[in-house]
Design a protein around this ligand. Structure first.
Ligand code: F6R
Length: 620
């Protein structure tokens, strides 16, 4: 949801900012812009800027020959919230004099009334954005109460603002000062030698530094040539912890793959190894969650679990429910965070709320855990990004160790979340004495086999690509994804993957629901992708497949290796290795992701940056 980069140091800020923005393009890509404080050569310094509509490549083109240079600057890649994507609405936004520039990620909720107040005072607006309000407010304070003190002017402006923001501010009068502030939307400060960076997310900084400070809500950071000061908006000094990031720079590159999405799909065997590493005790059938920071007694005392998440992470939560209820024998509800936060839920002190989030910044999920905490619930995060808001605001966190996920469609984060739920299920079940050591050993053994099974699925990428070509013409309008029990969420996830990257309408259903309405959709132009792996509900799925075929439906089955029966009833079959059914969603995820990927690329879609989407949904 918009990417921000800022720089003060010894290099040309334009190079640093553009490099960082390219790493953040997954956060938004409808327009972009950059501003630097340029040396006035005897005249007062000025702000030079370039903006463009469209992706960053467009801004690159415009910058060619624009001669922008300076050691201080800010840049932005946008996902529109207020005002259509256009050059005028793209950031940075300026005050009327053009000497103060602001980049912003978030939403200023009271911008309309602030704008009216500013317009009556004669401030001229050039865009429809909420952000421009900030630039004028800062100017109002700068010329007034703050008397030329930029940091004080920013503080004054932010005191009037309601909503969420991460901002970077520069002013032509202060060539050695970069101001950053945060409330709600993420912002990291990167620390280098004689240089400082700000960015919405760590990948933007990895090329330059791996030492970062995560700005807290309500904090402002003033960056000068002498260093950095961190304060709260009301002037209290803050002592932030500097964290060292262990992802390397290659993690933010495609490394030979045509898309981040394909790279991330292929990383999944290693990701699974990372999630499981050091957490399995095969001899005792236990799971060791040393970093969880929730006392075993507290967990034991929990009487119910509520899982909150959005999108793909919500699908992971649904699988989590099936696992936890079956093996840990504890009641579980799963809720879309945006519903949970507004429906006055009843969390109790003995409720464990699990927030699942790759980015750890999803606004609705963050708010859901705040509500749960107010009601006295314990909160556990299942989070990929260490240091993110959900990480910091949870009582305990199970990290998914998937590394940076840059493709907008979630792939490796999903399977790592599923593995995290498998781990937590065994852990809790053993803690509650409802899973014997033998059963634990068996489940641990099944978990250990998963990375190799995923690899076997990846080895069939060529077959899946071939299959997607067969389907290309048929799936052009609509598709159904069907599954039962553990693979009902797989059906939802399959449909989401297909629709978000190929723009083909797709619905995921619990296969048993077919006869209650959706079967009316079946024609030979609406293929059904049926997840029919061996397990308790296998025969039921075979019956559903036959019902579809009886109505001239086209069936692509995802089935267990060696299953000849399913092939008799299906038009195409993609095989996956035999697998313990409760963990099969982890294996089934691979053909589902690859199938969607190949269909989308065959249709010429930009799978890493699908239309209208952005990764890390930091606005509600
Ligand atoms: C879909 C996808 C989204 C995210 C959702 C939650 O492929 O990526 O549905 O899963 O926006 O994001 P996080 O996990 O960052 O909270």
């Amino acid at each position: 949801m918009c990417g921000i980069v800022g720089y003060l140091g010894t290099r040309n800020a334009v190079d640093v900012i553009m490099s960082g923005l390219h790493r953040l393009e997954y956060r938004g890509y409808d327009s972009a812009g950059i501003a630097v404080v340029a040396n006035g050569d005897g005249q007062p310094n000025r702000l030079d800027w370039v903006k463009s509509l469209g992706k960053l490549a467009e801004l690159d083109r415009k910058l060619d020959g624009a001669n922008l240079a300076g050691a201080l600057g800010i840049g932005h890649t946008r996902w529109a919230t207020h005002g259509t994507p256009s050059e005028a609405n793209s950031h940075p936004h300026f005050d009327t004099s053009g000497r103060i520039a602001v980049v912003h990620n978030g939403i200023i909720e009271n911008f309309q009334e602030l704008r009216e107040m500013l317009e009556t005072q004669g401030f001229l607006f050039r865009s429809q954005t909420d952000t421009e309000t900030l630039a004028h407010l800062i100017r109002m304070y700068y010329d007034g109460e703050a008397a030329g003190d930029l940091a004080e002017a920013v503080r004054g402006a932010l005191r009037l603002v309601q909503g969420a923001y991460a901002i970077g501010v520069v002013c032509a009068d202060h060539p050695d000062l970069l101001i950053a502030a945060r409330q709600g939307s993420p912002l990291v400060v990167g620390i280098g030698e004689d240089e400082t960076f700000i960015a919405s997310d760590v990948p933007a900084l990895l090329r330059f530094t791996r030492d970062v400070v995560y700005l807290e809500n309500g904090q402002i950071c003033c960056i000068s040539r002498d260093g950095r000061t961190f304060e709260t908006l009301d002037g209290q000094t803050a002592e932030p912890a500097v964290r060292h990031i262990d992802w390397d720079d290659a993690a933010a590159e495609k490394e030979g793959f045509p898309h981040f999405m394909l790279k991330e799909i292929h990383q999944q065997p290693d990701v699974l190894r990372n999630v499981l590493q050091g957490r399995l005790a095969p001899d005792t059938g236990d799971v060791v969650l040393a970093d969880l920071a929730l006392a075993p007694d507290q967990l034991k005392a929990c009487q119910n679990i509520v899982i909150v998440a959005c999108g793909t992470a919500w699908h992971a939560g649904l699988v989590g429910k099936y696992l936890l209820e079956r093996f840990a024998k504890i009641p579980v509800e799963v809720e879309v965070s945006s519903e949970y936060r507004y429906r006055e839920p009843l969390a109790r002190p003995n409720t464990l709320v699990i927030a699942v989030s790759q980015s750890g910044e999803t606004a609705d999920t963050l708010e859901a855990i705040r509500i749960a905490k107010q009601q006295g619930a314990q909160v556990m995060g299942v989070v990929n990004v260490v240091g993110s808001s959900i990480d910091r605001e949870s009582d305990g966190v199970l990290y998914t160790h998937a590394g940076p996920e840059i493709g907008v469609a979630s792939t490796k984060a999903y399977t790592s979340q599923l593995a995290a739920f498998a781990l937590f299920t065994i852990y809790l079940a053993r803690l509650r004495n409802v899973l014997s050591a033998d059963e634990g050993r068996e489940m641990v053994a099944h978990l250990r086999m998963l990375p190799d099974k995923i690899q076997q699925c990846l080895d069939q990428a060529g077959i899946i690509e071939q299959c997607s070509r067969n389907f290309k013409y048929i799936v052009a309008h609509s598709a159904l994804y069907l599954g039962r029990t553990f693979n009902y969420p797989s059906a939802l996830e399959g449909a989401l993957k297909l629709k978000e990257i190929s723009y083909i309408h797709a619905e995921g259903y619990a296969a048993g629901e077919m006869k209650h309405g959706p079967i009316a959709l079946v024609t030979d132009m609406v293929p059904a992708i049926c997840i029919a792996v061996k397990g308790d509900v296998y025969e039921k799925m075979i019956s559903n497949i036959q019902e579809i075929r009886a109505r001239q439906g086209v069936v692509l089955a995802i089935a267990t290796e060696g299953d000849i029966k399913v092939a008799q009833y299906s038009d195409h079959v993609i095989y996956v290795p035999e697998c313990f059914e409760p963990f099969s969603p982890i294996v089934v995820a691979i053909p589902i992701q690859l199938f969607a990927y190949y269909i989308a690329t065959n249709r010429g879609c930009d799978v890493d940056q699908p239309r209208n989407l952005a990764k890390s949904v930091t606005v509600e």
